[in-house]
Design a protein around this ligand. Structure first.
Ligand code: NAI
Ligand code: MG
Length: 503
């Protein structure tokens, strides 16, 4: 039975305000809720109103120590559980998540400002999908026999790494966590997650739900700030692998600490993903694709957002106008309202950052920034962190808006004349996460797909990360893959060789 000081409700709770309060002030360590050892908490804010909705436990090295110690102890037993049985438990946890999709969708909408219908509920369902996928992969943790010599049996076995430290961001916290926790657990590791300070609640609820079926200590969670709580997790000697999603800057800090310990890392960092539109594309399909590619429903807070769009000159102006019209039809408003397409930016800091990019773009000579959609009218939302999506044209290639990750609802559109020239522009970036191409000429499309420097290239679609497909960037976008069988085998196990001389 779980210890619930608050207490967290047993059944799905459809009132996110009530659930947020019930999840206040606790980590989840060793199978139970636990307050911060320092007794400190920090505020969790609803970005649609500016109101505090909960307090989160403010973790530091002492809480990390407790979580890692429990994880290390539990991992030894967990590794002995047959792999398919571990998978079956993760699969069982998926069923619990399915039962709580509506609850989790509402809670994540409350703490992140992402609209329930277009984003938050979708994310909750995808978490269940990811757990189901990895839950079925236990039997794939296979080794090989190696033809070394006739009288020597040489085999490899996959072994877990031990305790995995997982550091997650706030933009898609439930899904990005599931992509780390599910394969790590099925492979026989224990996990300590450090949640993002802006969105600690829904992931905490998922941790509690999964702990209803997992043995205590294999999945733990601490909340807190990066340097105080994330850094000690990465540095902890018993943490034998770190998996991180977030900014390039923090990713490099994590990598440096991991290098000192000589432990493996997976880094999913930023992006500046190009979308390339040829004149022969299916125009309406491409237009709809541009809206999803730019993740306007997530306020552009996506590492794969199509924040650079290159359109072949004959359809350039038509495309820009049609796209602006489409975005105008999207509804900005209360994230919990079913009518809302576009919610809010996550935090004051991100709001200021995105606004500064927009101001800089508007002040650039020759550039036009068209603000689309309309600010919500509801007075209850007047302190909400809403930003109208902006479509820029006429920016130079050197502009900071074109080179840096904005992580907001801002895209820059350029005309192009020639496939080779647009390829060079698309690849002229520090990043290499994703790209999409829109054309009915598959010869041109495939040729470019091979030459684009990106971990994921899609032609005539731009889906978000999908279970079963390896996902991860090149260049400053990161190291390693997530979401696939390969991700589980290569990033959450090591291969041991065992040889038996039978001569
Ligand atoms: P961040 O990279 O600082 O935060 C991500 C996670 O890392 C959070 O859990 C944070 O607490 C933790 N963290 C921060 N400092 C740490 C440290 N020294 N050691 C260990 N963990 C630490 O990202 P932030 O500040 O939230 O956003 C800044 C920018 O990063 C965004 O504007 C966006 O461009 C990019 N970003 C990219 C994401 C992606 O999906 N690739 C997700 C979130 C942000
Ligand atoms: Mg930061």
């Amino acid at each position: 039975m779980l210890d619930r000081p608050n207490p967290a409700p047993e059944a799905p709770c459809l009132d996110p305000f009530v659930l947020a309060k019930a999840l206040s002030g606790v980590h989840f360590i060793g199978g139970r809720f636990a307050p911060a050892k320092s007794g400190r908490n920090f505020a969790v804010v609803n970005p649609a109103t500016g109101a505090e909705v909960a307090q989160a436990a403010e973790g530091d090295a002492a809480d990390v120590e407790a979580a890692v110690a429990d994880a290390a102890k539990a991992q030894k037993e967990w590794a002995k559980v047959p792999a398919r049985k571990r998978g079956a438990l993760v699969h069982k946890a998926a069923a619990l998540i399915r039962d709580h999709v509506e609850e989790l969708g509402r809670l994540i909408a409350l703490e992140t400002g992402k609209a329930l219908r277009t984003e938050s509920r979708v994310e909750a369902n995808t978490v269940a999908d990811v757990l189901e996928f990895f839950g079925g992969l236990g039997g794939e943790l296979k080794g090989e026999t190696v033809p070394f010599a006739p009288d020597v049996l040489s085999v490899t076995v996959r072994e877990p790494l031990g305790v995995v430290g997982a550091i997650i961001p706030w933009n898609v916290p439930m899904l990005l966590m599931a992509l780390k926790v599910a394969p790590a657990l099925v492979a026989g590791n224990a996990v300590v997650v450090k949640s993002a300070e802006e969105a600690p609640l829904a992931v905490l609820r998922i941790c509690e739900l999964m702990n209803r079926v997992l043995p205590p200590g294999v999945f733990n969670m601490v909340s807190g700030f990066g340097p105080e709580c994330g850094a000690p997790l990465v540095a902890h000697p018993l943490v034998r692998k770190v998996t991180f999603t977030g900014s390039v800057e923090t990713g490099k800090i994590v990598y440096r600490t991991a290098a000192e310990k000589l432990i493996p890392v997976t880094l999913e960092l930023g992006g500046k993903s190009p979308m390339i539109v040829f004149a022969d594309c299916d125009f309406e399909k491409t237009l709809a694709g541009a809206l999803t590619s730019m993740r306007f429903t997530r306020q552009g807070q996506s590492c794969t957002a199509a924040s650079r769009i290159y359109v072949e000159r004959p359809i350039f102006q038509k495309f820009v106008d049609a796209m602006a019209e489409k975005v105008d039809q999207m509804v900005m408003g209360d994230p919990l309202d079913e009518k809302t397409d576009i919610g809010t930016i996550i935090s004051d800091g991100q709001f200021e950052k995105v606004k500064a990019f927009i101001e800089e773009g508007k002040a650039t000579a020759g550039a036009t920034g068209r603000a689309c959609s309309a600010m919500p009218k509801d007075p209850a939302l007047k302190k909400g962190l809403f930003i109208q999506p902006v479509i820029f044209t006429g920016l130079t290639r050197e502009s900071r808006l074109v080179r840096e990750e904005i992580f907001g609802p801002v895209t820059c559109i350029f005309p192009f004349d020639d496939p080779e020239a647009v390829l060079a522009e698309a690849n002229d970036s520090e990043y290499g996460l994703a790209a999409s191409l829109w054309t009915n000429n598959l010869k041109v499309g495939l040729n470019l797909a091979h030459k684009l420097e990106a971990g994921l290239v899609q032609i005539n679609q731009n889906l978000v990360v999908q279970a079963n497909l390896s996902y991860g960037g090149v260049k400053s976008s990161g190291l390693g893959k997530e979401a696939s069988l390969e991700a589980m085998l290569e990033h959450f196990t090591h291969k041991k060789t065992i040889m038996v001389n039978m001569g």
